[in-house]
Write a protein that binds this ligand. Sequence first.
Ligand code: UD1
Ligand code: UDP
Length: 367
Amino acid sequence: MFDVPGAQRKLLSVVGARPQFIKAAMLSRTLAREAPGLTHLHLHTGQHYSPEMAEIFFDELDYHPDFDLKVGSGTHAYQTGKALIEIEKVLQDERPDLVIVYGDTNATLAGALAAVKLHIPVAHVEAGLRSFNRGMPEEINRIVTDAVSEILFCPTPTAVSNLKKEGRKDGVVHTGDILLDTLNYFLPRAHETSDVLDRLALNDQPFWLLTTHRPSNVDDENKLGMIIKAFIREDRPRIIFPCHPRTAKTLDKLSSHDLDNIDVIPPVSYLDMLVLEEHAQLILTYSGGVQREAYFLGRSCLTLREETEWPETLEGGWNYLVGTDPDTIIKAIDRIRVPEESPDLEAFEAGKATERMQEGILKALGL
Ligand code: UD1
Ligand code: UDP
C-alpha cells in the first residue's frame, strides 16, 4: 500500500465509546510490543465522557488517548457531524498512514468518513457484522464504515460471508474476535484485583446480571418497566444491574417498587464486569459485547433483542434471542437449562485476532 518500505509510520485509532476503549487498549498493547518504532496515536471523540463510562477504563487498562475532542452527547447528526469536523483537523495535522476504527458507533462512522475523504486508508475492526435491521443506527454505521474501509477485520465466518454477499472480497481478513483476546488477557488480572463480589456482598450468593442501553428498549419508561417486571419474582435471585447513563435517566421515572429485587448500580469497570459475568447464574442483556463475553465464559444468556450480529453465540443453547415481550422472557427463563457441551470458541479463533490484525496492519504499512 505504501512505497517506502522501512520508513517511520504513523497509525491513528479513533475511539469514542466504552467498548472501543477496551478493544483499542488491547490492540495498542500488542502493536507497541511487536512494532516499537511505530507511532500509534489514539483519538477519543468524547462520545462517552462520564467518569464511569470513560476514565474508569483509561485508568484500569492504562489506556490514555492523545486527543479528546469532547464531542459529548446529542443527536446522531450532531454527534457524527461534530466528530467528523474535529477529527479532520487532527488528521490534517498528524497525517497518519492508516486510521483504525472499531465497531459501529457514531465515532466509528465519523472516523472512517473523515479519513477516507483525506485519502487516508481505513482499517475496520469488527467489520462485516449485520443485524439486517436498518432501524438500528449501528447498522447504518456498519454498512457505511465497511463501504469506505480498505481493510476489513472480520471477527467471525458469518461476518466474512456477509461481506462476500455484498460483493466485498478485497481487504477482507478473518481475524477472530479481539474481545476474546481481551478477555483472555485481562481475566487473570480481574481475578487478582477485583473486589466487586465483596463490595456487592455477592460471595456464595446466586445472582443474575442485567445490562441494557438500546434506545428502543430504554427510552420509554413503560417499555423499560414492562421488561424489568418480567425479571421480578420472589423466588428469583438478586439481579445486579450496572446501569448505562441512558437507561438511568428513564429508570428515575419508575417507582422504587418497580425495581424490587433489582440492585441498580452505576456502570462498573471492565475488570469488575468480567468477574460479575463469570459468576452470574444468568446474564440478561442487549449488549453485543456482553452477549459474547457470556458465551466465552460459558454463562447462560438471554438477549433482549429479536436479532443478533453474533449468531455463533446461539449455538449449543448458551444464548437465546427473547426480544422484549415480558411473557416470552418469562417462558424463556423458566425453560433455560445449562448446556452440557462447552461453548464452541472455534468460530471466534481464540487468541489469534490481535496477532492477525497486527500482521495485517504492519503489512499495509510496508513494515
Ligand atoms: C453508544 C453507541 C452504541 C454502543 C454504546 C456502548 C451509537 C449510535 N451508539 O450508545 O452502539 O453500544 O455506545 O455503550 O454510537 N451519557 C452520559 N455519559 C456518557 C455517555 C452518555 O450521561 O459518558 C448519556 C447521555 O444522556 C446520552 C446518552 O447517555 O445522550 C446516550 O449516549 P450515546 O453515546 O449517544 O449513546 P449510547 O447509548 O451510549
Ligand atoms: N462493560 C463494562 N462495564 C459495564 C457494562 C459493560 O465494563 O458496566 C463492558 C463489557 O464487559 C463489554 C463492553 O463493556 O466488554 C460492552 O459495552 P456496551 O455494552 O456498552 O456496548 P456494546 O458491546 O453493546 O456495543
